[in-house]
Design a binder for this molecule. Structure first.
Ligand SMILES: Nc1ncnc2c1ncn2[C@@H]1O[C@H](COP(=O)(O)OP(=O)(O)OP(=O)(O)O)[C@@H](O)[C@H]1O
Ligand SMILES: Cc1ncc(CO)c(N)n1
Length: 263
């Protein structure tokens, strides 16, 4: 069985973070492992608290994993502080981790800040250069590229800037566009668009976490980056189209869309 590791924060309401990652990897038939960077007290209406894990304890979790079951892909999500990022970079280098996807989580869908300002620089310096793929949404790409993004041309410029500066492939997610769900891949200097049909469902809590975990799962299974992205977008569409409606705010998706109706 192929294996994947998520290094991310826990979302107590189960829609994003580690919980979304494990659900996604499991639904892809990939064995999921996790190293928790932080606990969040969170529900569909927002984040009410964050407790960071001690960096030495994150190191212990990662050592335990890498000395026993080697992951075929690694997804990195919420990492709120400088020292945690440094520990992750050190361990991934030490064990020559492969298929590293960095989802540069900065702000939750609900608007809460999940990354300290001073940690952005460490993320850029330590993690992005070792990533195979980085998956910013539009607001995150604006910060990484230092430019406003309003049009598809802006998206292309920003992706090229990020990919060239940090030496990694870039998937710039367009979920924050009003009428579309089109994502842009910048890979080895070439641009390709992945067009998605926008599903009319306001419950999008965890779409970003789910997309990067689905791509990591597909890479672990040996698919090319392009096929991995195509399949991951399709997974999101099906999970959104299942129209789960839980909670009072921005609700989670239904990962069990293919088995929900089974008796
Ligand atoms: N309503 C939708 N219909 C179809 N696809 C969508 C929709 N909303 C987002 N997506 C897709 O979901 C993926 C995640 O995109 P998005 O830009 O929402 O990420 P994000 O902002 O990081 O997510 P999060 O809100 O979890 O932080 C992308 O592939 C995007 O195109
Ligand atoms: C723990 C966690 N990671 C990532 C996100 C981004 O959606 C979130 N809301 N919570």
């Amino acid at each position: 069985m192929k294996t994947a590791l998520t290094i991310a924060g826990s979302d107590s309401c189960g829609g994003a973070g580690i919980q979304a990652d494990i659900k996604t990897m499991t639904m892809h038939g990939v064995y999921a492992m996790s190293a928790v960077t932080a606990l969040t007290a969170q529900n569909t209406t927002g984040v009410s608290g964050i407790m960071e894990v001690d960096p030495a304890f994150l190191e212990k979790q990662l050592e335990s994993i890498f000395t026993d079951i080697f992951p075929d892909a690694v997804k990195i999500g919420m990492v709120s502080g400088v020292e945690l990022i440094q520990v992750i970079a050190m361990i991934l280098k030490k064990y020559h981790a492969k298929n590293i996807i960095v989802d540069p989580v900065m702000v939750a869908t609900s608007g809460s800040k999940l990354l300290a300002d001073q940690a952005v620089e460490t993320l850029e310096k330590e993690l992005l250069p070792m990533a195979y793929l980085v998956t910013p949404n539009i607001p995150e790409a604006e910060i990484l590229a230092g430019m406003p993004i309003r049009t598809q041309e802006d998206m292309e410029k920003a992706a090229e800037y990020i990919g060239t500066k940090f030496g990694c492939n870039v998937l710039l997610k367009g979920g924050h566009q009003l009428n579309e769900a089109n994502d842009l891949l910048w890979k080895d200097g070439k641009i390709s668009w992945f067009y998605g049909e926008r599903i009319n469902n306001p419950n999008t809590h965890g779409t970003g976490c789910t997309l990067s975990s689905a791509i990591a799962s597909n890479l672990a299974k040996g698919y090319s980056l392009e096929i991995s992205i195509e399949k991951a977008k399709n997974y999101i569409s099906l999970a959104l189209a299942a129209m789960l409606d839980l909670g009072q705010g921005n609700g989670p998706m239904n990962h069990a869309f293919s088995i929900t109706d089974q008796k």
